[in-house]
Design a protein around this ligand. Structure first.
Ligand code: SF4
Ligand code: SF4
Length: 90
């Protein structure tokens, strides 16, 4: 079974550089249509079900806004197996 992940982006810390969008091999991330409190349009995970927890988005984020969790279990009932990459939120 392919590895599955969940990406959590701190939209208040995000500065909208979109390096993570370019780095994602599965095109999961896009620009959010809603700005954060600073008026920045942050990155957003829109196709989370495709995430393979590769860590690319975390690696390129200059502001450490991203946490990645590896998931276990069947689709729709996934538990968290572990943190692949921990941003500032942990
Ligand atoms: S962990 Fe990998 S597949 Fe998942 S959103 Fe980040 S770059 Fe894309
Ligand atoms: S790389 Fe980091 S700061 Fe840049 S858009 Fe993605 S989450 Fe935001």
């Amino acid at each position: 079974m392919a590895r599955r992940g969940r990406v959590v982006i701190d939209r208040e810390l995000c500065k909208g550089c979109f390096l993570c969008i370019r780095a994602c091999p599965l095109k999961i991330l896009e620009e959010d249509s809603q700005p954060n409190s600073t008026g920045t349009y942050p990155s957003k995970a829109v196709y989370m079900e495709k995430c393979i927890a590769c860590g690319n988005c975390y690696e390129v984020c200059p502001d450490v806004c991203i946490n990645i969790y590896e998931l276990t279990g069947a689709e729709g009932s996934a538990g968290v197996a572990g943190v692949i990459s921990a941003g500032r939120g942990l």
